[in-house]
Design a protein. Structure first.
Length: 143
């Protein structure tokens, strides 16, 4: 009987020191939506459609070495296997498509094969449209 009581007391002492703590109630998390305080069911009017420059017009650059802006939508697919921009802007198709050919600095051979650093065009080149509303605040200055 003495062994049973000693074993029970030992078990009780070990379980009391097991490091488990009572659960504390979690504090509420306040999350603020980027949409503000509008409810999900609120419907807002669609944004005005952007207008792009007329075809064949290049957009003037704002500073030296600025990558040229794209004067049309730029939602063409670019994957490891195919760059859809090259359908019009490759050296052999640009004249026929009346598009600007890809720059010599972007190619690795005389056939106009793109190098790896310039394969994903939209890393540097962005579409330029006349938006009816400001998307982001612009404080760029050349000074």
């Amino acid at each position: 009987m003495k062994k049973v009581l000693t074993l029970a007391a030992l078990f009780l002492a070990i379980s009391a020191c097991s490091g488990q703590q009572a659960d504390k109630p979690a504090k509420p998390v306040n999350v603020t939506s980027l949409a503000g305080n509008s409810a999900i069911t609120d419907v807002r009017p669609a944004d005005a459609m952007p207008t792009y420059p007329k075809r064949g017009k290049s957009i003037e650059r704002n500073y030296i070495e600025q990558p040229p802006l794209i004067p049309h939508r730029a939602d063409y697919s670019i994957s490891l296997n195919k760059n859809k921009c090259m359908t019009c802007h490759s050296w052999d198709k640009a004249k026929k498509m009346k598009a600007t050919p890809v720059a010599k600095s972007h190619v690795v051979n005389a056939q106009g094969k793109l190098n790896g650093q310039n394969y994903f065009c939209t890393q540097c080149h962005v579409p330029q449209a006349d938006n009816k509303q400001a998307i982001v605040e612009n404080v760029f200055s050349t000074n």
